[in-house]
Design a protein around this ligand. Structure first.
Ligand SMILES: NC(=O)c1ccc[n+]([C@@H]2O[C@H](COP(=O)([O-])OP(=O)(O)OC[C@H]3O[C@@H](n4cnc5c(N)ncnc54)[C@H](O)[C@@H]3O)[C@@H](O)[C@H]2O)c1
Length: 288
């Protein structure tokens, strides 16, 4: 019998004008198994309290900093897990504090700013026995899961070629200056990768998730197309997989006119699949 107890979620990030925090809050409520119970929604305490009020949270469950929230929620045992939906430079530290305090963590991609931080988080998950989920959103689509299952049961035969592309156009011009663009174009807050870290990680994850293979080698051409930017806004990458298959990954945010056109094609020796986000309930399957 399904449990009637809802999982109690805390949130770090997702304040006024934020993008993904509100999406998480909506998604978390869809199956009525999760409720938002507390949060720190901004690095500015005033904005955090204002957001908490708007969301109908009790005043004593809205915090000014994530340290305060994790410490208090650990003492009172009022939260089951925390969703971290802050810019990339505020992923590692709150995740470490939450895991150490005994909480499971839903962490937005990209995981953190360096391989060393990723190894440390992985070790901490191992040591604490907690769960850390990375939100590679596109693996949730039914046709993506269908494709993965078909490849796992060898319907397509041996996989030999993967093409995955993720063009967006919202950073096609220098004038873009939204809240979301500001930190994504700043290496201190975005990390050492621009477009590759922001959307390339989704394409990479999708290629590995659908095929069940692992990328072992890459050869990348990273470009900064818009003058004055410090990070890549366009990436073309050759891939080699652990079964010998090869592939091409394209991720770009300067593809004028594109919204969010993630697409993957996988070719085996018996058949192939094609899926795209713009037509997410269709999976094209072709046979030899
Ligand atoms: N899974 C996906 O498909 C997906 C999509 C978009 C964004 N993301 C990821 O989500 C994260 C947030 O992206 P966004 O576009 O929503 O950014 P955003 O700038 O719209 O929102 C970030 C929020 O975090 C808050 N914040 C910043 N520092 C904080 C702190 N110290 N304590 C509490 N709150 C703080 C900001 O005030 C803001 O409300 C990024 O890591 C991004 O890569 C994932």
């Amino acid at each position: 019998m399904a449990s009637t107890k809802k999982l109690r979620m805390g949130m770090i990030g997702g304040g006024p004008g934020a993008f993904i925090g509100a999406v998480h809050r909506t998604a978390a409520c869809l199956d009525e198994e999760i409720e938002l119970v507390c949060g720190v929604f901004s690095s500015d305490p005033e904005k955090s309290y204002e957001m908490g009020k708007q969301l109908g949270l009790a005043a004593d469950r809205v915090y000014g900093t994530y340290k305060e929230m994790i410490e208090h929620e650990q003492k009172t045992k009022g939260m089951d897990f925390v969703a971290i939906v802050t810019p990339n430079h505020v992923h590692y530290e709150p995740a470490v504090l939450a895991l150490r305090a005994g909480f499971d963590v839903v962490l937005d991609k990209p995981m953190c700013l360096s391989l060393q931080e990723a190894h440390e988080l992985s070790q901490l998950v191992h040591d604490t026995g907690r769960t850390l989920c990375l939100t590679h959103t596109y693996t949730g689509y039914p046709m993506v899961k269908q494709a993965r299952q078909m490849i796992a049961r060898n319907d397509l035969g041996s996989i030999r070629k993967v093409y995955v592309e993720y063009p967006q156009g919202w950073l096609s011009h220098a004038e873009v200056n939204s809240k979301q663009a500001q930190w994504r174009l700043d290496p201190k807050r975005s990390g050492p990768a621009g477009c590759l870290g922001d959307i390339g990680v989704h394409a990479f994850n999708l290629a590995e998730y659908i095929t069940g293979l692992q990328v072992t080698h890459v050869c990348a051409d990273l470009q900064t197309v818009i003058a004055g930017r410090q990070l890549d806004d366009d990436a073309s990458v050759l891939l080699r997989f652990n079964n010998g298959a090869t592939g091409v990954l394209m991720a770009s945010q300067i593809c004028t006119g594109e919204e969010n056109n993630l697409k993957i094609r996988v070719y085996g020796d018996k058949g192939s699949i094609e899926w795209q986000h713009a037509d997410c309930n269709t999976l094209a399957v072709r046979w030899f």
